[in-house]
Ligand binder design. Structure first.
Ligand SMILES: [Zn+2]
Length: 482
């Protein structure tokens, strides 16, 4: 059994539904106060938590109506209409105004038009209750942040993403998805009956998104150790990994909609959102595997293809990346790295970055945007040469730390299989073509400023088509990848 990264048993048992204790545990793990405080007042997870909604509103609401923000998708709890039931429940005690987005039947995006419309609809409300999944929650965060910050209560309707318990929002701006700083919800209600009634592909996608906890924190550590990211902190991942391992063991039970397994999934997802909020960054759970997923999404948007579920895509990419991590930790030999060859000049790389994005945007705008981000990373990498050389000379120590943060790819692949989640890009809905996925793996490191394993391997001459083919072949052997 591998040792966990966390030295503190309390951190390992972090309970998102007991925020008072969680704050104490985090304070002990962060004596220098580098982490942001958890800005939520209450998180409730359980079998009949929806019934607590009126009391939750009473505790938080100011004068004015309760705005109930939702989309037009039918949702069910124990066979009944969830939204009608929630409106009835609220209506028994408060004046309620439903604010419904996406009535025209189109997919709801958290874009400027929608956020502005919601902002004006909720202005003056004493409290906003957002009933929905990640997108509705993000719209609720942004609209309330702009409309005088009325209390925000989120009723989570699927265990699909970790947006419910952090202070960031994914906003669609000029056709590009960006994660922006936003606000924390004040209260989060996770009713297990509602999760059980959600489309199962969404809950499985939540599990897939969480597989990044065995690749992204290692990326973040690597960036910190090389001097590329000063924000690295061990606590956000340390509070996730043990409970994450227990969740992998429950994957088959999750498929059966076992209540205890659903609760585990909801708890770890909630903790993972908190991990991002306190880190003030998505880095603890968004590394190379997310870059691959973002590139696949960019290609889909260009070709007018519907996007596959985010977490489903991330889960598949995580299996491949964990093969790459395993290769790195077993086969990387610092003695064979020639430092003089690892620091290319900007002029030499600029054409490759621009060319990489021509297939999705022949106008060159996407290439320009990526080069703007990438050139900053390249400049910092060059300035970090002494740290890079120190890292190479201390490789055994770093390798030991990185081993604690990763898992064998078989463990991740087995969890996806047992949960009934897609394991190959071709099994996604809609399927992602092999050449698109391959393009995304090849070029993911060129997309943005965040430093990951892909950058380190690229600069040391090891993010090559030959090695990539080998990792994908290994992923195929265990049922995953292309
Ligand atoms: Zn994600």
């Amino acid at each position: 059994m591998r040792r966990t990264v966390s030295p503190s048993p309390e951190l390992v048992d972090a309970d998102p539904a007991d925020l008072e204790s969680l704050r104490k545990v985090l304070a002990a793990a962060d004596p220098d106060g580098r982490l942001a405080p958890v800005g939520m007042q209450s998180i409730r997870i359980g079998a009949d938590v929806l019934g607590e909604l009126p009391d939750s509103v009473s505790a938080l609401a100011g004068p004015g109506e309760v705005a109930a923000l939702m989309d037009a998708t039918p949702m069910h709890r124990n066979g009944c209409d969830l939204k009608a039931a929630t409106l009835r429940l609220l209506g028994e005690r408060f004046p309620v105004v439903p604010v419904v987005v996406g009535k025209d039947g189109r997919e709801v995006h958290a874009d400027e038009n929608v956020i502005r419309a919601v902002e004006s609809a909720i202005r003056g409300a004493g409290c906003v209750v957002a009933i929905g999944s990640g997108t509705i929650t993000d719209i609720g965060k942004e609209a309330t942040a702009r409309a005088g910050r009325p209390p925000l209560i989120v009723v989570q309707t699927a265990a699909s993403v970790n947006a419910f318990s952090d202070d960031m929002a994914v906003i669609l701006k000029d056709g590009v998805k960006r994660t922006v700083p936003s606000r924390w919800p004040d209260a989060l209600l996770i009713d297990l009956g509602i999760l059980a009634g959600a489309p199962q592909a969404m809950n499985r996608a939540g599990l897939g998104d969480l597989l990044a906890m065995w690749t992204a924190p290692a990326d973040w550590y690597l960036a910190g150790a090389l001097g590329l990211d000063d924000s690295y902190h061990p606590a956000p991942a340390a509070m996730l990994l043990d409970q994450g391992r227990a969740l992998l063991e429950s994957a088959a039970a999750l498929r059966r909609l076992d209540a205890a397994a659903l609760e585990k999934l909801a708890r770890v997802l909630t903790l993972s959102g908190i991990a991002l909020g306190i880190a003030r960054s998505t880095a603890p759970l968004s590394g190379t595997e997310h870059l691959v997923s973002h590139l696949i999404d960019m290609e889909a948007e260009r070709s007018g293809r519907r996007l596959a579920l985010h977490g489903a895509q991330v889960g598949i990419a995580s299996v491949v990346l964990s093969v790459a991590w395993q290769w790195f930790l077993e086969s990387f030999d610092p003695a064979r790295v020639a430092p003089d060859a690892c620091f290319p000049r900007a002029e030499a790389l600029e054409p490759s970055v621009r060319d990489a994005f021509m297939p999705i945007d022949p106008s060159g705008r996407a290439g320009q945007e990526c080069w703007n981000q990438y050139s900053r990373k390249l400049a910092r990498w060059s300035a970090c040469r002494p740290r890079v050389e120190a890292f190479l000379s201390e490789w055994p120590r770093h390798r030991a730390r990185l081993r604690e943060m990763t898992l064998p790819p078989e463990r991740l692949a087995t969890a996806l299989r047992e949960a009934g989640a897609p394991m190959r890009f071709s099994e996604l809905d809609p399927p992602v073509a092999a050449e698109t996925a391959l393009w995304a793996f090849r070029n993911c490191h060129l997309m943005r400023n965040r430093f990951t394993l892909a950058d380190f391997l690229f600069f040391t001459g090891r993010w090559t088509d030959g090695l990539l083919d080998g990792w994908l072949a290994r992923a195929r052997e265990i049922g995953g990848g292309l």
